[in-house]
Design a protein around this ligand. Structure first.
Ligand SMILES: Nc1nc2c(ncn2[C@@H]2O[C@H](COP(=O)(O)OP(=O)(O)OP(=O)(O)O)[C@@H](O)[C@H]2O)c(=O)[nH]1
Length: 671
């Protein structure tokens, strides 16, 4: 294989600089794409020199597409690093270095978690044949399971990684089922066998019992030291079936769009998996879902950065930069969509599923004038994270903003941090809320903004019932903590609590507790309590379990008699009083004292359920008046009283944005 001369890196940077200027002028973000001749953004010191890659040399039978799936922190990104090194995709790390090459985002590096699946192509020679191995490193946290599910659509196999010291955890089970549903070949891998606390035999028995996998198929590795990692590569080649792609590259093009990235300088880049046919630069393609047409401006593979190639062939995975062929705006192109060549329609691939937001929150700029900039940043970020839904909204307290739908509260927090890190935004996020179902006598409505929630006691509303979203939750924890966990679940309105032992023949047996929980309950401080009450040993997972009738009420807050829309939320009637008191107290602490006394009232329906008072700042208007100035003194005091009354009449309690920021962010943190 030829290697390009080093000069190429310098040239790439120059071309990119031209691209930057171009991109700066074309800031629309829907499906636009800043065309670049080369996509190399930098010349990473650790990357091997870019090889010239002939995709024709890799027919489907020498391609393996696989994902690494696991519970959070079981070592997916570390194993990916080792695989990239063994295949010379990146340079070998120094012992002790923790590169995590595929965790590219600042938020991922800071928090040590993967939030965005990453794809990378590797080349590896085995038994005299060179293989193209396409790896997808997936996130572990439950909030990103949609990301995992759609990445699996581009794979035929999955490495199921389990920490040999922790054993099977809640997300190990959910990702296993996601891979099994997609009929992927699953290779079980026990990681971290270098740890003194590792118990490979015990965990192997657990894997066999839980997943019905042959213990002889389990590979033992240490992603940290590299021990056993070469066997993983061989197992991928030997056990994962090659893509079931047509051998005829003249067949009509059928291509799955499974991810997209947005870079402010490079525009939209789509990650695709070619199921049939061949794709080349200049090809005209169309989406099965939106019917929108595009022209392929450039294409290539991730190795580990974008490397251009002349074509992509059946079974291969790569990136494309495409621009809309027509200006006509249509439906947005969606992840999971199938593409075909214009004029050669194909049957869409199965399994197309839209992300379903579980949590909604209003996002507002700290400075109201920054709304246009914030909206643009949100639009661009959603091109990288397609699971976020966006709708404009406005609040009398916070001004113009957007109501965003997220897959969970961690997802929400990561999105906020990415807005701040990558777009320099300063935002206020309202308390998260779940989508409630309102069943009227003649229709059903979903409400995800507390402001739109009606007064259920008002007979004119004609509301039959309110339903809340439920989840089936599973908690895996050492059996010593069973009592604590039961108590925690009960205090969060759990139903149908059940449990079973996972490995009863061992002393330190663990249990899996399952129950039905209202989704709204886990948006509060449930995770924190779960961690602290299980000394950090519990793992948690949940899945959608439909809707259920519930006794919910809307709580609003009045400041000086005026309702503050940004501070409304929906609570279960049984918890209303406690929450009302807690929030009223918080508000009293963060709202600065005014010239007049400010009552803070928590209200449900027409009833005040909690009250706090912010006492007035009593400015001494008579200071400096000595002796017989009684009349003047009285006049000043009367003026002050009038001033206070005027402010009261206007009802303008001066609540600075920072106070909202403080109360809403402290509330979100505790959630
Ligand atoms: N001792 C030891 N530590 C490991 C091994 N593999 C990973 N780790 C450590 O485990 C921690 C988590 O590893 P990651 O690779 O970030 O785990 P992950 O599964 O990618 O995490 P998420 O992406 O957040 O789900 C890191 O501190 C790693 O250094 C191993 O084989 N042995």
């Amino acid at each position: 294989m030829n290697h390009l001369p080093r000069l190429r890196c310098g040239l790439s940077v120059f071309v990119l600089a031209q691209g930057c200027r171009h991109a700066a002028r074309t800031t629309t973000c829907s499906a636009s794409y800043a065309p670049l001749r080369s996509f190399r953004t930098s010349c990473p010191a650790r990357a091997a020199p870019a090889p010239e890659i002939h995709m024709e040399s890799y027919p489907a039978h020498r391609i393996r597409n696989f994902a690494i799936i696991a519970h959070i922190d079981h070592g997916k990104s570390t194993l990916s690093d080792r695989l990239l090194e063994l295949t010379n995709t990146i340079q070998r790390h120094k012992p002790g270095d923790n590169n995590q090459v595929l965790d590219k985002l600042k938020v991922e590096r800071e928090r040590g978690i993967t939030v965005k699946a990453q794809t990378v192509s590797m080349f590896y020679k085995h038994d005299g044949e060179e293989y193209l191995l396409n790896l997808i490193d997936t996130p572990g946290h439950v909030d990103f399971s949609w990301e995992v599910a759609r990445s699996l659509g581009a794979c035929e196999g999955a490495l199921l990684l389990v920490d040999a010291s922790q054993g099977v955890q809640a997300q190990s089970i959910s990702v296993f089922h996601a891979a099994k549903d997609k009929k992927l070949k699953i290779i079980p891998v026990l990681n971290k066998i270098d740890l003194p606390a590792a118990e490979p035999e015990r965990i192997a028995t657990q894997i066999q019992a839980m997943f019905d996998l042959d213990p002889n198929d389990i590979l033992n590795v240490s992603a940290k030291t590299g021990l056993g990692v070469r066997d993983v590569l061989h197992a991928i080649i030997d056990r994962v079936p090659p893509p079931n792609a047509g051998t005829n590259h003249d067949a009509p093009l059928k291509m799955l769009l499974f991810d997209s990235l947005y870079d402010r300088y490079r525009g939209v880049i789509s990650l695709v998996s070619i199921k049939d046919g061949e794709l080349r630069k200049g090809d005209k393609i169309a989406s099965c879902h939106s019917r929108k047409k595009y022209e392929v401006m450039d294409l290539g593979i991730m190795h580990p950065e974008e490397v251009p190639t002349a074509c992509l062939r059946p079974g291969q995975v790569g990136w494309i930069g495409a621009c809309a062929a027509t200006k006509k705006s249509g439906k947005e192109t969606l992840i999971g969509d199938t593409f075909h060549r214009v004029g050669q329609p194909v049957e869409p691939l199965p399994g197309f599923q839209l992300a379903k937001p579980m949590v909604y929150a209003g996002v507002y700029p700290v400075d109201s004038n920054d709304f246009p900039k914030l909206e643009e940043s949100i639009k661009r970020l959603t091109l990288t994270d397609r699971s976020v839904s966006v709708q404009r909204e406005s609040s009398t307290a916070l001004g113009q903003g957007c109501r965003l739908g997220f897959l969970g509260t961690l997802h929400m927090d990561v999105f906020r941090q990415r807005l701040e890190d990558e777009y320099d935004a300063s935002v206020i996020i309202t308390a998260p809320t779940v989508p409630y179902k309102l069943v009227y006598h003649d229709r059903t409505e979903f409400v995800s903004n507390p402001t739109d929630f009606p007064d259920i006691n008002d007979p004119r509303v004609r509301l039959n019932e309110v339903q809340e979203p439920m989840v089936t939750a599973s908690i895996i924890v050492p059996s010593d903590y069973l009592g604590e966990m039961m108590e925690l679940c009960t205090s969060h309105r759990a139903q149908d609590i059940d449990y079973r032992y996972l490995d009863s023949e061992y002393q330190s047996s663990r249990i899996m507790l399952t129950c039905r929980l209202p989704l709204g309950e886990i948006m509060t401080d449930f995770f924190d309590k779960l961690k602290s009450r299980s000394s950090g040993f519990a793992s948690f997972d949940y899945e959608d379990a439909g809707y259920q009738k519930s006794d919910l009420v809307k709580m609003t807050f009045l400041l000086n008699g005026r309702q503050v829309d940004a501070l409304a939320f929906i609570v279960h009637r049984s918890a209303a009083e406690n929450i009302g008191r807690e929030w009223a107290l918080k508000l009293r602490k963060v709202i600065p004292r005014q010239q007049f006394e400010v009552p803070i009232q928590a209200v449900v329906g027409k009833k005040v359920i909690a009250r706090e008072t912010i006492s007035a700042v009593r400015k001494d208007v008579t200071a400096g008046m000595y002796g017989g100035h009684h009349e003047r003194k009285m006049k000043k005091l009367a003026e002050q009283k009038e001033g206070k009354k005027r402010l009261k009449r206007i009802g303008s309690v001066d609540v600075p944005q920072e106070a909202f920021f403080e109360i809403l962010s402290s509330n979100n943190k505790s959630r």
